[in-house]
Design a protein around this ligand. Structure first.
Ligand SMILES: NC(=O)c1ccc[n+]([C@@H]2O[C@H](COP(=O)([O-])OP(=O)(O)OC[C@H]3O[C@@H](n4cnc5c(N)ncnc54)[C@H](O)[C@@H]3O)[C@@H](O)[C@H]2O)c1
Length: 334
């Protein structure tokens, strides 16, 4: 099988983007409508504007955008440039993968979360009747181009969403950068120039994990640290994804201590670091209701669940646990 190599690129200055645009074909920019207002002039025309919402990450959008592409004369030699956060990259990656059986596409991510996560790794998806990410493929973009300047306009809650994914990546795989990163961001504003070296580090860690396991059968699962809890929390609360991931990581840390995998002082470090950054650490709902949602389907079939747990800051593992045992342990955590 061909080795998977991700084409990640970094440019500190928004003016550099132009040098990455292909010159020898029709390029269509599919761009977050908000981003088009602020930064649209830096991208080629024609442009298709999309409001970045989960509702628009849909088959209806796939159909309407594909029809616009047909009208513009887009064919297999053309190129799609996705500019926006994870909603836009997931949607455009999916369209690029199926339009005329697949055409080239690339990502310019504009949220912190997309720069360190959604636009790195080749997972594309749309939602189906309110069910998230049901239809999708794994297909790598021609390139991802990360530029910190976009973060200057990103609202604080969207910054925090990206921050929890960055901390997650460092907890999984890079102890030194976890502490370096916290040292830099704890005492300062979340500014693009402070984040920049860590965005590069974090996205390249994700890329190297994906290169080892592009289709999520092994080591890539580590990137789900905190997400089993987070998805359950998102189902029953109004929490933002980043907040749910933050609480999920804390619950995974506590469970790791309970299973004697992680020392309790490491768990306390993670919890106080997250609090310092303004990330939530406690579940707003009883853990028993969370457990019910999390294990709903599994309880019927019994057997084991693969959870991502922590051995130390910088090292996560895939831990297979019996569903009944897990239920007891989680109920004890509260
Ligand atoms: N494919 C993957 O591997 C992967 C991984 C994680 C998340 N996702 C998906 O990503 C989506 C979430 O993406 P997201 O968190 O990047 O958010 P998003 O794309 O929903 O954008 C969030 C908000 O920020 C605005 N915005 C974007 N960039 C901005 C900027 N520079 N300045 C000001 N406002 C800006 C958008 O208009 C929107 O209102 C979800 O649909 C999720 O399923 C995919």
């Amino acid at each position: 099988m061909e080795r998977c190599v991700l084409n990640l690129n970094y440019c500190a200055d928004i003016d550099c983007i132009d040098s990455f645009i292909p010159r020898d074909c029709l390029v269509v920019t599919i761009i977050d409508a908000k981003i088009a207002e602020i930064y649209g002039k830096y991208f080629p025309t024609p442009q298709i504007r999309v409001v970045a919402s989960e509702n628009n990450k849909s088959l209806q959008s796939v159909e309407s955008i594909s029809l616009q592409l047909l009208e513009m004369g887009v064919d297999r030699s053309s190129f799609l440039l996705a500019v926006g956060g994870g909603v836009i990259s997931d949607l455009v990656g999916f369209i690029g993968s199926i339009y005329m059986r697949g055409i080239k596409f690339a990502y310019v991510p504009t949220t912190l979360l997309a720069q360190v996560d959604a636009a790195v790794g080749g997972k594309t998806a749309v939602n189906l009747s309110g069910f998230k990410n049901i239809l999708g493929v794994v297909n790598q973009p021609a390139f991802t181009l990360i530029c910190p300047e976009f973060l200057n306009s990103l609202p604080k809650n969207e910054m925090l969403a990206g921050l929890s994914e960055m901390l997650k990546t460092f907890i999984i795989a890079d102890r030194d950068n976890y502490f370096n990163f916290l040292g830099e961001v704890r005492s300062r504003q979340l500014e693009a120039k402070i984040l920049w070296p860590f965005i590069k580090k974090c996205s390249s860690i994700k890329a190297s994990i994906v290169e080892q396991d592009p289709f999520d059968n092994g080591v890539r699962k580590l990137l789900n640290l905190g997400h089993t809890f987070a998805h359950a929390l998102e189902k029953i609360t109004q929490l933002h994804h980043g907040e749910a991931v933050s609480i999920g990581i804390i619950l995974a840390s506590k469970l790791s201590v309970k299973l004697s995998l992680l020392q309790s002082d490491e768990e306390l470090t993670i919890e106080s670091d997250f609090k310092d950054l303004g990330l939530p650490v406690a579940s707003p709902v009883k853990l028993s209701s969370l457990t019910d949602v999390m294990l709903k389907d599994k309880k019927k079939t019994g057997g084991n669940l693969d959870l991502i747990l922590i051995e130390s800051i910088g090292k996560a593992i895939i831990y297979s646990i019996n569903v009944k045992d897990l239920e007891g342990l989680l109920n004890d955590l509260s």
